[in-house]
Design a protein around this ligand. Structure first.
Ligand code: TXA
Ligand code: MG
Length: 318
């Protein structure tokens, strides 16, 4: 198992030696390595069992650093950076040569993010290189939102996890870029579409494709937990086949299922709270005795859209 502590010096030591660490951010925990070091980057793909065609996000601590890594920042994206960084938004920008092709899987754009997490920013500021970090889960599994989640799945493959507490957002970052002069959203995430629209007007959303070349990681079933999970709309037909059915709801219990088989993402009806709890709950149900869980979609506003995106992916098989 990995050592879990708040010791930044230990994190620096591991990363400098070319090792990977569990890296806390406000969205989800990352599996981080030196983005300038191809050997470290290769280890990330290996450790996650991730196909090499699925590129990595580079994390840094200031826009001055970002300017060293990219050729330009389009004006509209700069507006979004000013509004949402540090925070749960990742930008696709044309990379300079300093970023290894391995990080971007040979694409011309690099994905960059400044996370809004005190310890993460302190670590990034004390390193002479940025950190490449995908979510710290084996490929195809839900993202970790606690240090213990990382330890459960990758603790035998890394020495150290920087303890940054529970992730405050709980959903991965919103990914944006420019396509044909338009601000385009490639992954729904921690910043809601409505908030982006307030800054730059209408945007294109391209996050629903099952084979999206700009964000190859967004495969339809990318977030599948191993426990069978179905959307509530299928409840009637499912009920007759399974005796032991559980329910994941937003703020209200399901009338036909025993209360002890139910989990609410936010009894107060708060979408931010639901987002924060989502991945923990998807992990928790794997260890429960119910045969399957029925899950209800959230209201399609604000973070509800990103939560529903993850739920739809989690309920798709193949
Ligand atoms: O919140 C987050 O974004 C977390 C934390 C750790 O920062 N990271 C994360 O990374 O979710 P990952 O690797 O699990 O998801 C990154 C997504 C993938 O779908 C990948 O395909 C896409 O970003 N991506 C990365 N670089 C890209 C690029 N150059 N062009 C297009 N898509 C890219
Ligand atoms: Mg991921």
């Amino acid at each position: 198992m990995a050592e879990i502590s708040k010791d930044i010096n230990r994190a620096v030591e591991e990363l400098t030696a070319g090792n990977l660490i569990g890296f806390p951010t406000e969205t989800v925990y990352g599996l981080a390595g030196n983005a300038f070091d191809e050997t470290s980057v290769l280890k990330i793909f290996e450790t996650k069992n991730r196909p090499a065609f699925d590129p990595l996000i580079v994390h840094t601590h200031s826009v001055t650093e970002v300017e060293k890594f990219v050729k330009e920042i389009p004006a509209k994206l700069k507006l979004l950076m000013d509004a949402f960084w540090p925070g749960p938004m990742t930008f696709l920008l044309p990379k300079k040569e300093i970023i290894p092709d391995l990080v971007t899987s040979g694409l011309e754009n690099v994905a960059i993010r400044i996370p809004n997490h005190k310890l993460a920013l302190e670590l990034l500021a004390s390193l002479p290189f940025p950190l490449a970090a995908p979510s710290a889960n084996p490929f195809g599994y839900v993202s970790p939102t606690k240090a213990s989640h990382v330890n459960d799945q990758l603790g035998n493959k890394i020495n150290f996890i920087l303890e940054g507490g529970d992730c405050q957002i709980g959903l991965e970052s919103t990914i944006v870029g420019m396509e044909n002069g338009k601000v385009t959203v490639y992954r729904l995430g921690g910043i809601a579409i409505e908030d982006i629209t307030k800054i730059v007007g209408k945007v294109e959303i391209k996050s629903h494709s099952s084979s999206n070349p700009a964000a190859p990681g967004m495969l339809k079933s990318h977030y599948s937990p191993s426990k069978r999970l179905v959307l509530k709309t299928a409840f009637q037909e499912i009920k007759s086949d399974f005796r032991n059915v559980g329910f994941i709801g937003f703020d209200k219990f399901h009338a036909e299922i025993p209360a002890e088989n139910q989990i609410l993402l936010s009894p107060d009806g708060n979408l931010s709270e639901a987002a924060k709890n989502l991945f923990s709950v998807l992990r928790e149900i794997e260890n429960r005795t119910e045969d399957l869980f029925i899950v209800e979609l959230m209201p399609e506003t604000g973070l509800g859209k990103a939560i529903n995106d993850r739920l739809r992916r989690a309920t798709v098989k193949d």
